[in-house]
Design a protein around this ligand. Structure first.
Ligand code: PMP
Ligand code: GLN
Length: 380
């Protein structure tokens, strides 16, 4: 893992600084370089101009809580009470942190996928808990029963799932979700699900874990506006689920940041009503373009069904250590990418040569990145 627990610097910060220092094309940190719909931006400006600039109520502004409840009903058939079962947060990151702090205590364990997004383990550590990893292996990155069995013990309290999954691009299928749901039901675990890429799906279908039998009452579902509408800097997120669990999340969130981002909350309410179809089609074609180019460069390209990340195996190029390659690439090729080992406890083994590329970039930036990678591959 990059960084050193809570005191470390994230791989995203390190690699973005390297991109700036070297002038490299940044296909590392996952942020879109084109802003989301102007209708949503206009709604934020309008909210600021019409006096929505003071603290929001702790649960979030009613318009957004209603929009979240409508969204969950419309897309997934999940019914929520917008007052007691929805909590607005500063991004998914705060929702996940508040949930972990609310649900995990000293000595408790949390089952997480490996590889996983980098904020999970430090925040479990802040709560006094430890993570146990459900290992996924390339190229399929499938959730296997044996790996789930290894990760769940009598000390496990929470199972933290992320689907669509960063960094692999997997959208877990219903068979895999059922394995995880069964582990939760059989061991009386709370499921905490990170669904920030719920709309960025190119193949298959996103199924929230809360919709599986017996899961609604034990699942805290987390999402945010940032990925769906290319507004990552706004940090409008939310948690939803049964009133008892959301009440506990709210209790912690109150002392993390209380409530804010009021105009962005109003704009997010408008944004949640808009489809992300256009963005998804654009991203699909960027994914296909980058996949084809990486394959021509000699990488072994893995499938990506969702998110805006693509994994590529550098071993066919004679590069067995993606971490070392990613430190050289900005200098040698003028491109920044991120080693998947940065998201894992395993620095050896099958994910060692795997590189993550972000394709949520403008056509010009992506084309420039592709041209540089081709030149680099040809010159080898
Ligand atoms: N979870 C995952 C899997 C992510 O990739 C991200 C993106 N940074 C986040 C959570 C954070 O979401 P937010 O920006 O809404 O806090
Ligand atoms: N979600 C983004 C990624 O995985 C990074 C966000 C961050 O910098 N923490 O690239």
């Amino acid at each position: 893992m990059y960084g050193d627990g809570v005191a470390g610097t994230t791989i995203f910060t390190v690699m973005t600084a390297l991109a700036e220092e070297t002038g490299a094309v940044n296909l590392g940190q996952g942020f879109p370089d084109e802003d989301g719909p102007s209708a949503i931006v206009d709604a934020a400006v309008e909210a600021m101009r019409t006096g929505h600039n003071q603290y929001a109520p702790l649960p979030g502004v009613p318009a957004l809580r209603h929009a979240i409840a409508d969204h969950q009903r419309r897309h997934y058939g999940i019914e929520l009470d917008p007052d007691a079962e929805v909590q607005v947060t500063f991004g998914a990151t705060e929702a996940l942190a508040a949930a972990v702090l609310a649900l995990v205590g000293e000595g408790d364990e949390v089952a997480v996928l490996d590889p996983a997004y980098d904020s999970y383990e430090p925040v479990v550590g802040l709560a006094g808990g430890t993570v146990r990893r459900i290992r996924l292996r390339p190229p399929g990155w499938r959730v296997e029963a044996a790996a789930v069995g290894d990760a769940v013990t009598p000390r496990t309290r929470v199972l933290l799932l992320n689907s669509p999954h960063n960094p692999t691009g997997r959208v877990f299928d219903t068979g895999e979700l059922e394995l995880l749901a069964e582990a939760c039901r059989a061991n009386d675990l709370v499921a905490l699900t990170d669904e920030v890429y719920e709309h960025l799906v190119y193949d298959g279908r996103h199924v929230p874990l809360a919709t599986l039998p017996g899961m609604r009452e034990r699942t805290v579902t987390v999402s945010s506006l940032g990925k769906t509408h290319s507004l990552t800097g706004w940090k409008v997120g939310w948690a939803s689920g049964p009133a008892e669990l959301i009440g506990r999340v709210r209790g912690v969130k109150q002392f993390l940041t209380f409530a804010g981002g009021t105009p962005f909350q109003h704009a997010a309410a408008a944004g949640l009503e808009l489809p992300a179809t256009e963005l998804v089609e654009e991203l699909r074609s960027k994914r296909d373009r980058l996949s084809a180019a990486l394959a021509e460069c000699g990488f072994g390209v893995l499938e990506s069904a969702g998110t805006y990340f693509l994994n590529a195996d550098a071993a066919p190029l004679g590069e067995e250590d993606a971490a070392a390659l990613c430190m050289r690439l900005p200098h040698e090729a003028g491109v920044v990418a991120i080693p998947v080992s940065a998201f894992s406890a395993e620095t050896e083994g099958p994910l060692r040569p795997i590189v993550r590329f972000a394709f949520c970039k403008s056509d010009e930036v992506l084309d420039e990145g592709i041209a540089r990678l081709r030149a680099w591959a040809e010159a080898r």
